[in-house]
Design a protein around this ligand. Sequence first.
Ligand SMILES: N[C@@H](CCC(=O)N[C@@H](CS)C(=O)NCC(=O)O)C(=O)O
Length: 272
Amino acid sequence: MASQSAKQAAPKLRYLSAWFCPYAHRATIALEHHADLVSYEWVEALGWEQRNDKNNVTGTGKEWWYHWKADELTRSNPSGLVPTLIPLDEEGKPNEEKSVRTAASLPSDPYLAAKCRYWADKVNRECCSPYYGVLVRTDEEERMENFNKLVSGLKAFSREIEKNGDGKTFLGGDRLSNTDISLMPWAFRYYIFEHYRGEEYAIPYDEPELHAYKEWFDNVFSLESVKRTLPDKDRYLEHIGKYADSSARSKVANAVRRGVSAHEIEDDKDTY
Ligand SMILES: N[C@@H](CCC(=O)N[C@@H](CS)C(=O)NCC(=O)O)C(=O)O
């Protein structure tokens, strides 16, 4: 979880987040990486609650898990999703009508900015969304299909960073771009695959095609601004077990169960 480093100045944002959420983790990394530019107040706005399953509709012997949401989250974001950023006015009052949902980190050069946007979208589709396919789909073949898609996406990313610079980040150097930040929360979380799906779901870091990815991984997760954002691994493993055993009812889990990708959630179809 994020440190207090960004809170020395008066907060300019209320940051509605959840410690476990990889989408919110993107925003946390961006906020901490630019802690000199922006200050915020963290609000834990989402969690789990187990609702009563009197009629045993789950058929699993266990009850389903749903997200509880802070009032501030449902008031300020009609989709009820974290991350949500609420700017504070000069008196420090939240302006909920102006809530925003992303914190981007783009280079000023328009070509590089476009390239980062393209690759951020590509890794989102190929390396982040399939993560939920591996976890939520119950058919073994479909799980493996998602895993293979994810590894191919990592190989494409690996080839691209080899071309770009010193390989320490997507564009080289220690400055994280939007592309790095899009992938990092999931890259950090892939360790859970082996635990829930077995050895054949381990990321093959030793394959030559993933060498550049591995170097990138080691570098970005050694940055101080990143280290202080990382969730506890055992605690996260327990959290994500609700996806692995199909007991989670959330927009992402529902979208993946109805057969679309996590980036294709629709409020009306995936609400629970
Ligand atoms: N595509 C969204 C997804 C964010 C998202 O799904 N966040 C989850 C937590 S990991 C959430 O807020 N879920 C609330 C819900 O399922 O109702 C984004 O990029 O911000």
